[in-house]
Design a protein around this ligand. Structure first.
Ligand code: AMP
Length: 299
């Protein structure tokens, strides 16, 4: 079964204490779509300007990503620049240039409207809702978000939450959304806002699933060296929904399996700048790391 991914399609300029890489392929939808493509066919919804490099389009194509929903318009592609501190956990946004994103109106091609699995990757919640309005009875919808939308578009986000099956957010966002310090309690409060499933990401400390069947904790794959964590969260949720789209049986079991696979794809993402490492990985390498992670987590 296929997955629809909407989100940002960006050029990312990333600075770490060791290196600087301008205008890499990035954006929440790019990371999530590539991650999902290891498991399921992916349909992308986004917008790029006429400065978007052809090799980046070819990279999507190599991953079999359907680009019928990628608008190409005159103007500049969304550009985001960020800088990491020495410990690589703290990041500062240097620039957000919306470019063609400012007027983005996602209109889904007809062939996209019946896609069963929908990932509303990080983008303004009003746009996420607009995509959802055009879908015909999707089987499972996951939304991702970021602190920016909690600050400037909270009402839109709260409207969206009533319509999604799962929300994925990081621990500080869960605290901000609920005003609750304890993430276990925060997850419970988020259920009251709509989503049956809540997944709280805790960076290198893994993630927590809360749902009607109870809780599940998923470790992060322990890495000795992190080159660039940009897009790790998007890779996590992309791998998760891709895996979910191929699963049969209980949703909760599929989510658990999806989280473990998402965690592994995110670990590959962190080993290179932008999408450099993720786009070189194979399904066998992913499964090998999944097996290692399971062995490490066995009690
Ligand atoms: P993550 O590291 O998972 O938080 O995701 C980083 C990605 O989010 C980068 O590739 C950025 O291009 C993208 N991004 C940053 N700011 C925004 C924004 N305001 N809206 C949508 N995507 C963004």
């Amino acid at each position: 079964m296929s997955v629809l991914v909407v989100g940002s399609t960006a050029l990312d300029s990333i600075k770490t204490p060791k290196a600087e890489n301008p205008r890499l392929l990035g954006g929440s939808a790019s990371h999530a779509a590539v991650a999902a493509s290891f498991f399921a066919p992916v349909k992308l919804v986004g917008v790029v300007g006429d400065d978007f490099p052809r090799p980046y389009v070819q990279l999507y194509e190599r991953h079999g990503i359907d680009l019928a929903g990628l608008q190409r318009v005159t103007g500049q592609t969304f550009h985001w620049a960020g800088e990491y501190e020495v410990n690589m956990n703290n990041r500062r946004t240097l620039t957000t240039e919306l470019g063609v994103f400012a007027d983005f109106n996602p209109v889904l091609p007809d062939a996209y409207r019946r896609t069963p699995y929908v990932l509303l990757a990080n983008i303004a919640p009003s746009l996420q809702s607009h995509v959802l309005d055009q879908m015909q009875r999707p089987r499972f919808v996951i939304a991702d978000t970021m602190d920016l939308w909690l600050n400037i578009a909270l009402d839109d986000l709260l409207e969206l939450l009533k319509r999604v099956d799962a929300l994925v957010l990081n621990d500080s966002e869960a605290r901000q959304l609920t005003g609750e310090d304890n993430v276990v309690v925060a997850a419970r409060r988020i259920h009251q806002l709509g989503p049956r499933y809540v997944i709280v990401k805790k960076g290198e400390h893994g993630s927590l699933l809360s749902g009607p069947e109870g809780r599940f904790i998923c470790p992060a794959y322990p890495l000795e060296k992190v080159v660039d964590p940009t897009g790790a969260g998007d890779s996590f949720v992309g791998g998760l929904i891709g895996c979910l789209a191929t699963a049969r049986g209980s949703v909760e079991k599929a989510l658990r399996r999806g989280m473990v696979h998402g965690s592994v794809v995110a670990s590959f993402c962190c080993e290179g700048f932008g999408l450099k490492r993720t786009t070189k990985v194979t399904r066998d390498e992913i499964e090998d790391r999944v097996a290692r992670l399971q062995a490490m987590a066995r009690i």
